[in-house]
Design a binder for this molecule. Structure first.
Ligand code: PXP
Length: 260
């Protein structure tokens, strides 16, 4: 299983003070040393963490492939084309959200996505679409010519947290939190079954399959065991652990969890 380390969260800490420390650029060598397969960065339209100069420096200096996540906005696609990362993952973006809360509404965005994908392909950049695990989104991604899809694992991570983690940290309503344990277990298995069936389907259609969002040291193993998911992009949990253990150990620990 390949691991993309999302290093935005280092910039979150830096931007809290608007100074130059910690510098996400310093993470590149450590990620490589620890055996990460890819650097992932999300250049948000509001530039709340990674800045343009970070993206530029990271893409030009990284020895690992860089996966640049960005919105479908033409101005963001222009930036991506000029930076030429290895891959661009197109994500939905709402300014008010804390993090990316769901996958792209692919079928409602066909023409904007089509334009973005054509432009990225013209610049020889491979494209991934961050989607919810639905057959409709997979079919649309294939028709649009994306090489990759990345399944948003937020629903799985939320049900997992309702079952096993600190409930106050989930985004779930009180109504959901009051669901009996057997119903939650059933929901968890439904999420995993859906991801298993749909990743096989996507693989058979010739798409490469990644997954990410809300994955951590507890919940990741079941996702890593899904046969046709070949890459996980993980940020928050790795950078959070790195505060206490250092980044190299945090990545090594995650790699152990996702070994197949
Ligand atoms: N993949 C994509 C496309 C994302 O947008 C994000 C969040 O920026 C992640 C993976 C990583 O999510 P997390 O920080 O919850 O691990």
């Amino acid at each position: 299983m390949k691991l993309g380390v999302n290093i935005d969260h280092i910039a979150v800490l830096r931007e809290a003070r608007k100074i130059n420390d910690p510098n996400p650029l310093d993470a590149l060598g450590i990620c490589k040393l620890a055996g990460a397969d890819q650097i992932t960065i999300h250049l948000r339209e509001d530039r709340r963490h990674i800045q343009d100069s970070d993206a530029k420096n990271i893409i030009s200096l990284s020895q690992l492939p860089v996966n640049l996540e960005c919105a479908i906005e033409p101005s963001m696609i222009d930036i991506a084309c000029s930076l030429k990362p290895h891959r661009v993952t197109l994500v939905p973006e709402k300014r008010e959200e804390v993090t990316t809360e769901g996958g792209l509404a692919v079928t409602g965005e066909i023409s904007r996505l089509q334009n973005a994908i054509i432009k990225l392909h013209d610049h020889e950049i491979e494209v991934s679409l961050f989607i919810d695990p639905t057959l409709e989104a997979i079919n649309a991604s294939k028709e649009l010519g994306a090489e990759w899809i990345e399944f948003h694992t937020g629903s799985y991570a939320n049900v997992y947290a309702m079952l096993y983690a600190n409930l106050s940290s989930t985004h779930c309503s009180i109504k959901e939190l009051e669901l009996p344990r057997d119903i939650l277990l059933q929901k968890l298995h439904q999420e995993l079954d859906k991801l298993t069936i749909l990743s096989k389907k996507a693989h058979e259609m010739g798409l490469k399959v990644a997954a990410g969002h809300g994955l951590n040291y507890q919940n990741v193993q079941a996702i890593a065991n899904i046969p046709y998911i070949e890459e996980l992009n993980i940020g928050q949990s790795i950078i959070a652990r790195s505060v206490f253990t250092g980044l190299e150990k945090a990545i090594l620990d995650m790699k152990k969890c996702i070994e197949k």
